[in-house]
Ligand binder design. Structure first.
Ligand code: SF4
Length: 145
């Protein structure tokens, strides 16, 4: 049975995998009173073991890739990964550089891709809400097994 409280109070984990900080600032804007992402019960937690939604920014540098996978593995199932910004989706402006991996889906599965450089707060809000729907579906699938 889907734990309704998880849908009503999803906790997010935000990780910068080598971004320029542009998308990170937009995520913080979403948490400010203007956009008020917290009205969906969202709390930005620093603990992967208590998180439902993994918000990642950046193209994945060689130095961040191990940490990215480690954090993902520490999150309980079901979980949702949201790639925030073009460089997280494909490498964006960093694509092809010697020290980046051109997006996070080479290392962890992505549920929602949010384009934009930087991704706008409106798209990030949409992406998180979409992530909540996916989280619910994943929970139902695991309940049916
Ligand atoms: S998508 Fe653009 S703004 Fe966002 S982290 Fe990458 S380079 Fe910065």
């Amino acid at each position: 049975m889907f734990k309704k409280y998880r849908k009503k109070s999803p906790w997010i984990l935000h990780y910068n995998a080598g971004s320029c900080n542009g998308c990170d600032i937009e995520i913080l804007a979403c948490l400010s009173p203007k956009y008020d992402l917290e009205r969906f019960g969202v709390i930005n937690t620093g603990n992967p073991k208590q998180s439902d939604i993994f918000l990642v920014t950046g193209p994945v540098t060689y130095r961040s890739r191990e940490r990215l996978v480690e954090l993902y593995n520490q999150m309980p199932n079901p979980k949702v990964v949201v790639a925030v910004g073009s460089c997280t989706c494909t490498g964006g402006v960093f694509r092809g550089m010697y020290n980046v991996e051109d997006g996070i889906d080479r290392y962890i599965p992505v549920d929602v891709y949010i384009p934009g450089c930087a991704a706008s707060p409106e798209l990030i809000m949409d992406g998180v809400v979409k992530g909540l729907e996916i989280l619910e579906t994943k929970q139902k699938v695991s309940d049916d097994k």
